[in-house]
Design a protein around this ligand. Structure first.
Ligand SMILES: NC(=O)c1ccc[n+]([C@@H]2O[C@H](COP(=O)([O-])OP(=O)(O)OC[C@H]3O[C@@H](n4cnc5c(N)ncnc54)[C@H](OP(=O)(O)O)[C@@H]3O)[C@@H](O)[C@H]2O)c1
Length: 272
């Protein structure tokens, strides 16, 4: 399965579907999952300093002997590493763990109130040095993005936030679209919290697809980069087999009505 790529605002291409690795903490399980993902055709991998698995992801990617240029690797600067003196050394550690000279995308994991503004200047330094080919943010609300856009020299290419049919965040999506910031949908399967819904079941039946494939396809058709996670080879394969059908207008409308503001992860709404 070949995953199409979309263009970021710095002209770099990003595969629109990537493999999520949060909560895959066991070394062998992580290595096996990443290998299954590579076999299924994933080339985009999403990890983070706080996931504790950068070195396992790095090991699995290295041992695959796939050209580095064929891979797209994202990591995220953890909150405690956003201090001025800590951010750059923390990326050096991540690069060692990932066995690479650069990451394709580096994100600030969360809009830490007192730290995020100077931290972005450090991110810009890493971008200029080529250690991060693209830089972006995660869990930013419109308010945090407005602040960043008013003072940055390098614009974020993405905002990685929780997005799925049950949490559609239309205002944030509109703001990002208007400002050429690609949305990355984390927890696109609502973290597995809601694996049954009659509307989705009906649509899945109509296309001969699975429940999760409909959830992922909805994200793709919104123009989001999508990051499903699984530790099971069959599900990993299933989640990438979403490029051979399109939802029709009726289905899209019915899915739009499923938005219920369901958050399964962080809610940054009230972060100053
Ligand atoms: N930036 C951030 O703050 C942030 C926050 C959350 C997530 N993320 C990123 O987004 C990625 C995805 O989010 P997520 O891990 O929260 O959850 P998710 O992808 O929404 O859902 C994962 C859950 O769905 C199950 N699942 C996966 N495929 C399935 C299938 N085909 N059929 C049935 N069940 C299936 C998984 O179980 P099994 O593993 O047992 O198959 C797991 O329980 C993360 O791994 C991480 O990379 C980022």
């Amino acid at each position: 399965m070949v995953v199409p790529s979309i263009e970021l605002n710095n002209s770099i291409m990003i595969p629109q579907l990537g493999f999520g690795t949060w909560m895959i903490k066991d070394e062998q399980e992580c290595i096996d999952s990443v290998k299954s993902a590579l076999e299924a055709g994933y080339r985009h991998f999403d990890t983070a300093q706080i996931y504790g698995n950068e070195s396992f992801v790095g090991e699995a990617l290295k041992s695959s002997h796939i050209e580095r240029s064929e891979l797209f690797i994202t990591t995220k600067i953890w909150n405690e590493n956003q201090f001025w003196d800590d951010l750059i050394p923390s990326l050096e550690d991540s690069l060692k763990n990932l066995q690479t000279e650069y990451v394709d995308l580096l994100l600030l994991h969360f809009p830490v109130t007192e730290l995020r503004r100077p931290a972005w200047r450090r991110m810009e330094d890493l971008y200029r040095q080529g250690k991060a080919k693209s830089i972006g943010v995660s869990n930013y609300t419109v308010k945090h993005l407005e602040e960043l856009l008013s003072e940055c020299k390098v614009k974020p290419v993405v905002n990685q936030v929780e997005l799925h049919v049950f949490l559609q965040q239309p205002e944030l999506v509109e703001f990002c679209n208007k400002n050429q910031i690609i949305l990355e949908a984390y927890s696109p399967l609502a973290h597995g919290y809601k694996m049954s819904d009659t509307v989705i079941d009906k649509i899945a039946q109509k296309y001969g697809k699975s429940y999760t494939q409909i959830m992922i396809r909805w994200c793709l058709e919104q123009g989001f980069v999508v990051l499903p996670k699984s530790v099971h080879a069959n599900r990993i394969k299933e989640n990438i087999a979403v490029f051979d059908f399109e939802l029709d207008e009726d289905d899209k409308n019915n899915l739009k009505n499923l938005n219920e503001g369901l958050r399964t992860c962080w809610d940054p709404t009230n972060v100053a």
